[in-house]
Design a protein around this ligand. Structure first.
Ligand SMILES: [Zn+2]
Length: 72
């Protein structure tokens, strides 16, 4: 792609000023914002999932309460 032909100040990549990766505190990357890399994004996602597992799901109350779902 040949950008920067005549148009300047247009379609510029937005610099993530002050946006730091919450995982490693490095400069965040636009592609993986607010993280700096996929690695950190995955890390955070992992945390989320880990936390989500502990939270009660939206299942019907009274059914999988005791976690006896494998009682087929
Ligand atoms: Zn990071």
């Amino acid at each position: 792609m040949s950008a920067e032909s005549g148009e300047s100040k247009k379609a510029q990549v937005i610099p993530l000023k002050g946006n730091k990766c919450p995982i490693c505190k490095k400069q965040a990357s636009y592609e993986f914002r607010p993280f700096c890399s996929k690695r950190c994004a995955d890390l955070d996602l992992g945390r989320w999932l880990d936390g989500a597992y502990r939270l009660p799901t939206n299942e019907a109350p009274g059914e999988a309460e005791a976690g006896a779902e494998d009682e087929d």
